[in-house]
Design a protein around this ligand. Structure first.
Ligand SMILES: [Fe+2]
Ligand SMILES: [Fe+2]
Length: 157
């Protein structure tokens, strides 16, 4: 991103990059937990549950990619150490189910984290609305998908 393009961003760039990097860390944690549960899940109909989990894991990885691209465009760098992903995130690591066939717990872990993600992107969208169109567009795009994730898993209850 060039000088002029950065100039027209109407929000504090450092703060925005930090917000985006926190979200970036959240995405990796969510990706890992959803992916892990997709591999490990057991029980009746586990293939369907694995498919739902794999689908949202794939989305989170895509979100991490999109956030990294935007952070770099804005002149920043995303968190570069695995050990710092948890420290840098907005929310705690979602964790995985204790019993591999405990669908209630899986649903709870996912819906709790997705609710947190919805809040994060809502805030970024509000902050950038009318000030940084590209980040706003990215935040609302991701927000729409997080809303879909919450809904999918709420409907599994
Ligand atoms: Fe996400
Ligand atoms: Fe999500």
């Amino acid at each position: 991103m060039g000088k002029k393009a950065r100039e027209i961003v109407g929000v504090d760039l450092k703060e925005l990059v930090k917000d985006l990097d926190r979200a970036y860390c959240d995405e990796w944690l969510a990706y890992y937990a959803w992916w892990y549960m997709a591999q490990a899940v057991e029980g009746k109909g586990y293939e369907d549950m694995a498919e739902f989990l794999n689908k949202i894991a794939k989305d989170e990885l895509e979100h991490a990619t999109e956030l990294a691209e935007r952070i770099i465009e804005l002149g920043g760098l995303p968190t570069n150490r695995i050990a710092n992903l948890e420290k840098g995130a907005n929310g705690p690591y979602p964790g995985v189910m204790k019993k591999l066939d405990d669908y209630d717990e899986i649903i709870k872990l996912v819906t709790t984290a997705e609710a947190g993600a919805i809040e994060v992107y809502q805030k970024i969208a509000q902050k950038t609305f009318g000030k940084d169109h590209d980040t706003y567009q990215l935040a609302t795009h991701i927000l729409g998908e997080e809303i879909g994730h919450e809904e999918t898993f709420e409907n599994l209850k």
